[in-house]
Design a protein around this ligand. Sequence first.
Ligand code: AMP
Length: 275
Amino acid sequence: MLVTKTIDQFNIARKNLKGSVGFVPTMGALHKGHLSLIQRAKEENEHVIVSIFVNPTQFLEGEDLDKYPKKEEADMEICKLAGVDVLFVPTTNVMYGSDELKILAPKIKGYILDGFNRPRHFDGMLQIVMKLLNLADPHNAYFGKKDAQQLSLINKMAENYFLRSKIVPCDIVRDYDGLALSSRNVYLSQDEREMALSIPSSLQKASQIIISGKLDAQIIKKSMIDILEKNVSSIEYVEIVNRDFEILDSVELKNTIILVAAKVGTTRLIDNLWI
Ligand code: AMP
C-alpha cells in the first residue's frame, strides 16, 4: 500500500493505477462500517483508494473538530490488511488554500434536517468531496447510507456538475447491539450507549408499524418520539422523507427513508432506515 500525503505524491500514485478504481473517502477512526465500503470497492474494482481527512470546513464553530477521534496507525493497518492500493492522508494545508472558491449546498435540501441543525455543514462536505473526487478520479465512489442526506446531496452534485464517477450507496453496518457504527460512538459512556440504543429501537418500532400496514407518518413519528423521549438528551428531528428528501405524510414503499438525529449527553448521533 502506498501512503501519500501531498498532491504530487497522490497524483503519481493515481496515474500508476491502471484499470478500474474504487474510492472511499473517510475521516478516519475506521470501523467496520468504513471497512464494508472498502471491501465493496475491492470487489467491484481493480484498485482501491482510501482517503483519511478530517475536513475542517464541514465542522461548525463549537463542534468536535479538535477532539475528533484520530487513530492513524490503526487506520493504516486496517487499510493495508483490507488490500487498499493507495491511502491519501493530506493535511489541511494540502487540501485548502486561502480565499477559496466555494460550493454551496442546494438552498432547500442542503438546509433542512442536518443542514438546519448544522448550517453550512453540507457546503463544506460537498467542497471536500468535490476536491477528493477530482483528485482520485474514480470509476466508483462509495458512500454510506448512514449519512443519508449527505449521500443524496453528493448524488445531486454529481448530477449538477456532470461528474463522471458513479456514486455507490452502501448499507448501514451496525454494532452487535444494533447501534449504527460511527467514529463518534467512542464519546459515549456505558450508560449513554444504553440510552443511544433507543435510536435503533425507535427505527425498529417504525418498521413494525409499517409491516402492520399503518403508513401514516404522524403515527409512526409519534411512536418513535415516545421511545426516544425516555432515553435521549434531546431529539433534533424525527422525519420521514422520500429518496429525494421531500417530507412525506405517508410512507411510500421502496421510496422512504426514516431519519433520526438525537443527542445523547453531548454526542450527536444520526441513524436511519430505508423502506
Ligand atoms: P466518515 O468517516 O464518518 O466521514 O464516514 C466515511 C464514509 O463511511 C461515509 O460515506 C459514511 O456514510 C460511511 N459510514 C460511516 N458509518 C457507517 C456505517 N455504520 N455503515 C456504513 N457506512 C458508514
